[in-house]
Design a protein. Sequence first.
Length: 458
Amino acid sequence: MHPLTFSEGFAIAAGLVQLFVAVVFLRFRHGRPEWGLGWWASTFAAAGVMNTGAPVLLAAMHSPFGTSLNVLTMVLGISTMGALVAGGRLYTGHPRPGPWWSFALTWLAYLSLMMTRQLWPGYESLIANGVTGLIFAYLGCLSLGAMRREPGAGHGIAAAMLCLYIPMVAGAYAMGLDQVELRYWSAVPFALAGLGVTSATMGRMRAHLRDLNESLEQRVIDRTRELRDIIASLESFNSMVSHDLRGPLGGMAGLSGVALSALEAGDTERARRLFLAVQQQSSNLSELVSDLLLLARVSNAELRKQPVALDALVRQSMQQLELSHGEGHARPVQAEPLPVVNGDQALLRQALINLLGNALKFSRRAARPEVRVWAEPHDGGVKVAVKDNGVGFDAARRADLFSPFKRLHDDRDFEGTGLGLTLVQRIVERHGGRVGAESQAGQGATFWFWLPATETAT
């Protein structure tokens, strides 16, 4: 074997760098498979094999076309470029068309070039390197686009190294290197491009880890807040059990005993009044238990999202309220045209039933009760509002509105369990939205909920 020339030494050194780059990509390809690192690992592994074996493989290009070694070199070379394009498109966020389409189109381009090479006798190497240079320029442009989408992720380094291929090969051609030496030399910018993409990959990995850490911290904050809410709810539940459940149950037992004594004494009128009071208490307790069960179901049920017409839901909610409170109960409700949203139909209906029921309840003492429902685009989503002309609430106590079992009005004035707005909040939050309210005492209230364009279920 003859001593290595300077150009052959360059090619072998570049091949070793390419093999190193391939190992790095193989190491990280499972972490982010959508980046196409497996394709680029194949690219630089094939290029590394060809260039470390340059004295044997590249010398085959002097042989007549059709020899086994020449065909092997050609297949490896075109496959390398095909994998480079497929991996580059995935790496820069272009998964469509799929990588195999990119691979096949690259093969088609080089085969077309080979079939028409007789049109440019003596310039085959120049044309082939020109096509290869265009591919590197294309991938460099894709990296520049990715740099705008992901600033600080190292795409700029990748773009610079990919685009470096063109001036380095053009300079070597201008220096008068022959066809074989030019092939040796082109391995160097190819290796530098691999190092650039490797550096960019490290930057993207660091940015990805930073985002994961920030996301983890936010999740910890969110979970901590949820735990605090759960503890507050449990405390409220304990208070409710001791007051709202145990008290009425004890009262019902006492009233029943007095009513039985009245019956034994023949005082049926008094017994009737006492049993009516027992009936009212049992009805209140039944409503409270139903709301508790509904709250548990809302918190744990799987969301079944689909396009939901809010117009239809408002009509269904009004019908439900009239069934439970009597015909004409929902007559004050005036709904403007409402949009279609994506969500769980049953849960959103329950939220509207609670909001409309609240508005009707607190406006029933007005001379002319009015409840208005409308929606508007807001903050990239839809904001749905329910406004009444009722008694309103003290704005200083707004924080208590959506807390379970906390009521802003006396039970003797307005019945309820204190869970209706809690249910609304939980339903909306499960759709990735938020709730709010505005009011001044005696001037009505507006309750609203906001749903994002694309909800995130919890």
